[in-house]
Design a protein around this ligand. Structure first.
Ligand code: HNI
Length: 141
């Protein structure tokens, strides 16, 4: 459950990295494919080399979905419903992978924010990404 303070921090951080968001998306994917190579099995049709056009463009899509989530913090289930269908029924991504991407995203965020990545920001973003992951996984039940 996101508190009012969590929501405020999430909005602030998202604004702070406004012009680095696409880089964050790409870097989080590159990190996931490097640290958790098993995640590459979902992308056999992609060139997964760091900096490839496909990784870059996929990073933008993931970040756009997260932006939509940030705008709908009180309404995540509805806002991400189509994406949830896609991941559960079409892509059949094992939900454990959402945690792996979330963790990579946090590391990237920490690298970009430096001292602004406070324990409070970490906690708020952790809750936010867990909530997004829970929505993406809810159709599996
Ligand atoms: Ni995910 C497609 C968002 C986690 C595998 N994914 C998308 C799209 C968005 C998206 C947006 C593009 C949808 C479209 O084209 O309509 N994915 C997200 C978000 C998260 C996430 C917000 C978690 C925070 N996806 C994951 C994970 C995996 C994953 C963890 C697997 C390891 N996603 C995919 C695959 C596609 C995909 C595969 C299709 C790619 C393509 O273009 O063929």
């Amino acid at each position: 459950m996101l508190t009012a303070e969590d929501k405020k921090l999430i909005l602030q951080v998202w604004e702070k990295i406004a012009n680095q968001q696409d880089d964050c998306g790409r870097e989080a994917l590159e990190r996931m494919f490097c640290v958790y190579p098993q995640t590459k099995t979902y992308f056999p049709h992609f060139d997964l080399n760091p900096g490839s056009d496909q990784v870059r463009s996929h990073g933008k899509k993931v970040v756009a979905a997260l932006s939509n989530a940030v705008k709908n913090l009180d309404n995540l289930s509805q806002a991400l419903s189509e994406l949830s269908n896609l991941h559960a029924y079409n892509l059949r991504v094992d939900p454990v992978n959402f945690k792996l991407l979330s963790q990579c995203f946090q590391v990237v965020l920490a690298a970009h924010l430096g001292k602004d990545y406070t324990p409070e920001v970490h906690a708020a973003f952790d809750k936010f990404l867990s909530a997004v992951a829970a929505v993406l996984a809810e159709k599996y039940r």
